[in-house]
Design a protein around this ligand. Structure first.
Ligand code: ISJ
Length: 176
């Protein structure tokens, strides 16, 4: 895929003393097995991942289990850009009007998610294009494992979501 016309702005502010996901995750959270990140958005979720040439440091996927020793230490490689805003409690609506109101909120959330995913994809592809132009690897598994650890806060489906985001960022770069 092509890189975005404008350079992706860097929103990552170095943060001394990262306090990433592990501190908020219960140690007893079951760890689903984490398959290798998908390399192609067009691939069915059940497809075996295609060969991924030019990766610099594989195989790291198997080491993504948060229950392995040192998982928390590994997450220190993920910077927390800012403290997350606390989320409001959502009361169960009492009537149709309340449901309609919450649906509006879902519509807003979804639109923002789509916008952010598009932005993330553009940022990821810009990094990939830069690395390719420097003769570097197309994929950095060690970094991808850190990204997936972040999404583990959402449970097993979060890992799937993280893998889909990684695949979107790879675009053509991840194809054979
Ligand atoms: C964006 C990068 O390049 C690739 C894409 C990643 C992503 O979308 O998060 C992570 C690692 C790399 O495989 C990067 O190295 O940070």
């Amino acid at each position: 895929m092509t890189a975005p016309a404008t350079p992706a702005p860097s929103t990552a502010t170095p943060h001394p003393g990262p306090t990433a996901a592990p501190s908020t995750r219960a140690p007893s959270t079951p760890a689903p097995s984490t398959p290798a990140p998908a390399a192609d958005t067009a691939a069915a979720p059940t497809d075996p991942p295609p060969a991924l040439p030019d990766a610099d440091d594989r195989p790291a996927p198997a080491a993504s289990r948060a229950d392995r020793p040192g998982a928390g230490a590994a997450l220190k490689g993920l910077r927390r850009v800012s403290e997350p805003a606390p989320l409001p409690e959502i009361p169960v609506p009492a009537d149709q009007a309340g449901i309609d109101e919450l649906r509006l909120e879902i519509d807003r959330i979804d639109a923002e998610l789509v916008r952010l995913i598009q932005h993330r994809t553009a940022v990821s592809q810009a990094i990939g294009a830069a690395r390719a132009s420097m003769g570097g690897p197309k994929i950095v598994y060690s970094r991808e494992m850190l990204v997936l650890e972040r999404f583990r806060a959402l449970g097993p489906a979060g890992t799937d979501l993280g893998m889909m985001l990684l695949a979107m960022g790879r675009g053509q770069l991840g194809r054979r």
